[in-house]
Structures are given as C-alpha cells and as structure tokens.
Design a protein around this ligand. Sequence first.
Ligand code: ATP
Ligand code: MG
Length: 411
Amino acid sequence: MSKVQCVRGTYDLYGEAKRKAKKVIATGSSIVEKYGFEEIETPIFEFTEVFSRNLGDTSDIVTKEMYCFEDRGGESLTLRPEGTAGVVRAFISEGMQQNLPVKMYYAGPMFRYERPQKGRQRQFTQFGVELLGVETPQADIEVIAMAYEFIESLGLGGTITVEINSLGDKASRDAYREKLVAYLKANYDRLSEDSKARLDKNPLRVLDSKEECDKAVIADAPLYQDSLNEASKSFFNQVLQGLDNLNIKYRVNNRLVRGLDYYSHTVFELTTDKLGAQGTVLAGGRYDGLVEQMGGGQVPGIGWACGVERLSMLLEADVSLPRPIAVIPVGDDAQAQALSIAYQLRKAGFRVEQAYGGNLKKRMIKANKVNACKAVILGSDELAAGNVTIKDLDSGEQQIVPLTGLIEGLK
Ligand code: ATP
Ligand code: MG
C-alpha cells in the first residue's frame, strides 16, 4: 500500500451524490413497503457456490466478474455480485417456504470485477425486490407496476422506457434453443471466440453479447416469440394486458434476454438513453426454477434490481435538506447558553447549526454559508433580561422575543 486513494472502480460517496443515492433508496423503500415488501439484509459474502452454481457457469458474472477469496479457514467465499441468489439462499435456509407468498426487498453494495466506466463500477449499490411463491401473471404485473411507480416517484417517468419479453416455459426454451443452435452453427465463423465457446454450453447467452460481430449475427437470429407454446403465449399476453389496464407503457423487445441462467417467462428492463452504453437502470424477471435448483421446494419467484448510482445520476436537482437555524452567541457568557438553546431547539425538531468559535461577524458569515434561514442571536444584555433576537436572514428583519417563546417565534 503506497498511494492514498481508493481501489480502481470504487468511489467515496458523500455530499450531493450520497444525498441522491439515499433519496433513491428511501423512495424505493417507501414504495415497495406499500406493496407489502419487507426489508431483508443478507451477508455481503456467501459461499462461492451460492453464486457459481446458480447464476450460470457461462454468465459474465461467474466467468470473469466475481471477487472470490479463500478465508483463513480455507473456505471459498465470494463478495456478492447480485442480490437474488443470497435472498433465495436465505429463503431456503431460514425455512420461509412455510408462509407463502414471501415479499422481500434489499439495498446494499454489490461487487463485480468489471472495466470501470461511467455507470459501471466494481463496487456499486443495488436496490431490489423478490416475490416468492406466486406463479400467476398477477405477480409479474404487480412487480413491474411497482418498478414503474418507483421510477415515476423519482421524477424520471418521462425519460425511461419499459422493455419486456418472454422467454417462455422450459418446453418453449428448449424448442427455441434448438432453432438457435442450428442458426448459430450455420454462422459459426462470424461469431466471437466467447460466443463460439458458449454455443455448446449456453447458446442463449450469445443473444446477450455486446461484441459487434455477434450483434450482426444476432440481428437475423430466430425470434423467441416464434417458439413460445400456447401456455407461454397466454401467460405473456396476460402480463401485457395487465400492464395495459394500469396504463403502463412498454415496448415488447424480442431481443431482450437476461444475462443470468435462472430466468423464465417474463423478463424486463427499464432503460434510458441518457447514460450512454450503461442505459439499463433496472432489470428483472421471473425465476421459477431457481429455488428448486438451490435445494428448496418448487417455489416460483420474480424480482428486479436497480442500479442506485445510475438512477442517482439521472436525478437532476440536488436533494435539498431543510434550511437550518443558526444559533449565535455574542460574547463568552452567552456561549454556554447557546449550547443549551441549540440542544432544546434540536429536540423540538429544528435543524440547528452553531459556529464553533469567532465573533458575531464571522458567525454571521458562517450562518449564510450553511444557508441558514434564521439566526437566533444571543446578546448578553438581552439574555440577562430573558430575551433573544430572531433575525430573518432573507429579509433582514429582526425581532426580540422572550426566551420562553423562542420555539413559537421560530415556527
Ligand atoms: P449490464 O448489461 O449493464 O452489465 P447487468 O445485466 O450485468 O447490466 P444486472 O445484473 O441486471 O445488470 O443488475 C441490475 C442493475 O444493476 C443494472 O441494470 C444496472 O443498473 C446495475 N448495475 C449492474 N452492474 C453494475 C456496475 N458494474 N456498476 C453500476 N451499476 C451496475
Ligand atoms: Mg453486467
């Protein structure tokens, strides 16, 4: 360790950026709580298999992005790269299957070894939800509506597009996979090396490739919708119908697949064109096979996660805090009183700032610097008579009030 700086791809979050991130999480929490979701906090690291076995062994996350380490006991552990696997692990290990449906949300840091760029960090924050135990399209509709309400509450309704697709049930996916493999084999030479490798293990992943040469091949690949069986089509139509009923605008994107293995039926992304290549701010889908794959029962699930930093970057105005009141003692005698008056005012709910030293003039400058709306000036003569001065820092008006009436005077 030689340099005093944080690790590449990590950031110190403070000031305006921190206020915005807090607002994103507070807004998300208050909205999903209205839908009956409760917060869960799972550990930041898990046994490596929790992720490596469940996200898919050809996914970007598992092949190149995980922070794995061996602890002093020789256990292979991984810093969580996403939230769903940990929440489902908790769902199983805490025996939550007894009381379905289970609705949980989480917020916290995730870790992925990626190439850092705008909107792409190695430590970033996700806010996400998981709804376990509901197999009908009602769950999909409600969960997407919740995401939409969240984005609208942040004032971003006009800048975001809801993109949606269906991967269908297992039978549909198997049928599609066969068609896709035939098509990709016919175009084998044009594919990137990564995609050639995926062809056998997980051909669907090729559709998610960001390589230009793959994109050209993908453009003419067979469409998922042509392989959906009746049951899957009907499920998808019910989801779309439900969104129509709620007046939620969406765009069906037949090319949308998600980067992880566990999705089925509905997948969706909320995107913006304001963040360049990192345009996806929220993403999710149905994962009916995941709980069983992790060793729990046959419990369906659906959820989404958003990138808190990406959403914060879209918030335009700074998140303003209530303006404080400055308490300003004049002279040493008033200093002790100032502390007790500030203490009383804070207990009464006011935000109070006091400069920690300096004469009246210096303290008034400080009060303006912290954008105080009013100053409570404590002169020794006035205090002796049981009075203080309230000065409105916008209009300059002053008024002398009895100390006992200070709280009333400030309201
Ligand atoms: P991308 O295609 O941008 O790599 P992803 O499919 O890997 O995204 P998800 O795993 O679906 O992303 O994560 C959900 C959301 O978390 C993303 O839509 C994005 O907003 C955010 N996110 C993902 N990775 C990062 C990162 N490295 N830095 C910042 N935010 C991220
Ligand atoms: Mg990624």
